[in-house]
Design a protein around this ligand. Structure first.
Ligand code: NAD
Length: 358
């Protein structure tokens, strides 16, 4: 959705004509981003960069800001916005914007821009990293060799060529997975609520019903968004349909897979291995301190314990939600953010996800 702010005092044109240089404050930046931001196209403005998240406390660093830029860990709610009286734009360096109070931004005429595309190939490549770690037992072999054990016992892998790849959700990322799988010589099955027959013909894949995909795929890779209909899409009542010995790869969102069902399928050997960049409760498991001295809700605690039950298995490879985290993808994020900011300042906002009603 694209529209422009019509709020009298905050139009982009006014920003360029103002007597002061536009003040742009970046939060949640890493060191390389700081250098990039300060050395690039925004030099003629007053750009300040901080590593901290934007909170009610750190908002004092941006109390005169015309524009703030944040990542997903800054919760930009009414309390924060109240501390930023001059704000005309928020440039989030992410695709999602559920960390920003959009209704409040709309009410105040604050433009919000996001980064709609940055890493569909990046996530797809990571999915294959996880697949190969398991299909060729690279992960298991690595741990052995670090202990100076060079035996081949139980390290027989399997070829991807000629196997069936099941892609659940063939959107931007899923379609890249399809292309890479075709490069490996795999037969590709796709389940998606939206079908594009022409695309299937051009890329050489077949749409099948979900249960058929579970039954026929040697590798299943998930690329659906987390919405009501995909929550626990793989669960205890359908996980037994998966072809015995298949691999399950999840780089989408943890809650697409019911962890308890996954653990039991791994225990029973239905699933031979799982590659997980995401899993339920990953945030809490990452921050082990969450377990210390805090009263956690029962359901959260259960998620954390189940998450721990997935660790330390030699047929489960876990990465800490880094599928998007390549140099190129990060650069694309910063470059698009710069374009978003410049567009706003020059009176031509781009990648706008919400403003006041036109
Ligand atoms: P996209 O919107 O381009 O594609 C999603 C596809 O899923 C669409 O084709 C859609 O029709 C399909 N879909 C939606 N609901 C479905 C359902 N109930 N059943 C079957 N198919 C359904 O999204 P994308 O850019 O390809 O990203 C996919 C997901 O990957 C994101 O929503 C996000 O959760 C995840 N992601 C993870 C990382 C990471 O670092 N691990 C990074 C980026 C995105």
């Amino acid at each position: 959705m694209r529209s422009r702010s019509r709020s009298a005092s905050k139009t982009p044109q006014n920003k360029e004509n103002q007597t002061h240089k536009a003040r742009i404050v970046f939060f949640e930046t890493e060191d390389w981003e700081k250098q990039f931001i300060q050395s690039a196209a925004l030099r003629k403005y007053e750009a300040r960069v901080y590593g901290e998240r934007l909170t009610e406390e750190t908002a004092r660093l941006a109390e005169d800001a015309d524009i703030v830029s944040v990542f997903i860990y800054s919760n930009v709610d009414k309390g924060v916005l109240d501390k930023l009286p001059n704000l005309g734009m928020i440039a989030t360096r992410s695709t999602g914007y559920d960390h920003i109070d959009m209704a409040e931004c709309r009410r105040r005429g604050i433009v919000v821009s996001n980064v709609p595309y940055y890493g569909e190939n990046t996530v797809a490549e990571h999915a294959f990293g996880l697949i190969l770690s398991l299909s060729r037992k690279i992960y298991k072999a690595y741990f052995r060799t670090t202990r100076l054990d060079f035996s081949l016992e139980n390290l027989t892998g399997f070829d991807l060529k000629g196997k069936s790849m099941g892609v659940v959700g063939a959107g931007r990322i899923g379609l890249h997975v399809v292309r890479i799988a075709k490069g490996f010589g795999m037969d590709v099955l796709v389940y998606d609520v939206r079908q594009e027959p022409l695309l299937a013909e051009v890329l050489g894949f077949t749409y099948v019903p979900f249960e058929e995909l579970l039954r026929r795929s040697d590798v299943i890779s998930l690329h659906v968004p987390l919405v009501k209909t995909t929550h626990h899409m793989i669960n205890r009542s359908n996980i037994h349909l998966i072809k015995r010995g298949a691999l399950l790869i999840n780089t989408a969102r943890g809650a697409v897979v019911e962890t308890e069902a996954l653990i039991s399928a791994l225990d029973q050997g239905t699933i031979a291995g799982a590659g997980l960049d995401v899993f339920e409760g990953e945030e809490s498991v990452k921050e082990e301190t969450a377990l210390l001295g805090q009263q956690l809700p029962r359901e959260k605690m259960r998620e954390i314990l189940l998450g721990y039950a997935l660790l330390h298995r030699d047929n489960v490879v876990i990465t800490p939600h880094i599928a998007f985290y390549s140099e190129e993808a990060l650069l694309r994020i910063v470059e698009t953010t710069q374009q978003n900011i410049l567009g706003f300042l020059q009176g031509n906002p781009v990648n706008v996800v919400a403003t006041s009603a036109m």
